[in-house]
Design a binder for this molecule. Structure first.
Ligand code: ZN
Length: 309
């Protein structure tokens, strides 16, 4: 099959994102302003809020894109090649981008925002010594630690605007503190026995640890391996035994794995409903409330609290 339409589509999507809330002005080289390329929407949103008008921020992964499986298109590689700064999550979230990111380190600043989180606050992956859960943005407090490295990297590009960037970074930190408290309140309102979050993949570990909700994922930390029949049965048995009322699908993971869990529960005479779609590894579409980090968190927490209360 001809690859051209896909490449064109990729370029078009990038252009749309560049013109969206992330960056108001010119797409591409960014004119006079430095060009910042972010891998995930969450990082792009943070960078755009701190940069304001001082940089053009382009996000590579649009809504619904799974970062574990994402491979940059030719257009993405071109954008990275002309970027002044590349921001990525790290901790192997961008599992297929390791080679390209290290290649890009020649000639520009490349920053893994996850490096700002102290090792002792990371969750080690069971069975993988020295490897850590990359889904930092689910703990809003932890995510606020990534504000400083983004602010510093931007200030290195436009040192004459450092004070302005620092002011906006403080505003972002304050908003994240408020958001963190709100999430804590919402989850604390769920009766303890029902405070269980069942999702398609293990993205919510930090969420569970910070907001004290038990998290059970059908798949491992990465979506690279598909869930097997045994996983489905194991999870269904647990849901039936504990009479859990709702499970959740994720926008960036195919629904069929969690739907097979719902069917397996039904076979055992327990109706478990799908409590809604959570934005786990990708934000909602640009221009919608869920297309921002804060909107994504609020959507997820409302869906969880309403379905389990
Ligand atoms: Zn994930």
């Amino acid at each position: 099959m001809d690859k051209m339409p896909l490449i064109l589509l990729g370029t078009l999507m990038l252009t749309l994102i560049a013109c969206g809330p992330a960056g108001e002005g010119a797409a591409g080289a960014g004119g006079d302003r430095p060009l910042v390329v972010a891998t995930t929407g969450m990082i792009g949103d943070l960078a755009a809020r701190i940069a304001g008008e001082r940089a053009t921020v382009v996000t590579l992964m649009s809504s619904g894109v799974d970062p574990h499986l994402f491979r940059p298109s030719e257009g993405d590689v071109r954008h990275m090649g002309s970027a002044d700064l590349i921001l990525y999550n790290g901790l192997h979230l961008e599992g297929k981008m390791g080679a390209i990111l290290s290649r890009m380190e020649r000639g520009r600043l490349v920053v893994a925002v996850g490096d700002a989180v102290p090792k002792e606050r990371l969750l080690e992956l069971p069975g993988f010594e020295g490897q850590y859960d990359p889904h930092l943005w689910f703990d809003v407090q932890l995510w606020s630690l990534t504000v400083s490295p983004v602010q510093e990297a931007l200030a290195a590009l436009v040192p004459e605007h450092a004070a302005e960037l620092a002011e906006r970074a403080d505003t972002v930190r304050r908003a994240l503190t408020d958001l963190d408290l709100w999430v804590e309140e919402q989850i604390a309102g769920i009766p303890t026995p029902r405070r269980v979050l069942v999702t398609a993949h293990d993205a919510f570990g930090y969420f569970g640890a910070r907001y004290r909700i038990e998290v059970v994922g059908l798949q491992g930390i990465s979506t690279a391996a598909e869930a097997g029949l045994q996983d489905v049965d194991r999870l269904a048995n647990m849901i039936v035994r504990r009479k859990i009322p709702a499970v959740f699908v994720e926008s960036s993971v195919p629904r069929r794995s969690i739907e097979s869990v719902v069917a397996a529960c039904k076979n055992q005479g327990h109706e478990v409903r799908i409590g809604g779609e959570l934005f786990s590894d990708a934000m909602g579409p640009a221009g919608t409330p869920e297309g921002t980090y804060e909107g994504m968190v609020r959507h997820n927490v409302r869906a969880i609290a309403e379905a389990l209360r």
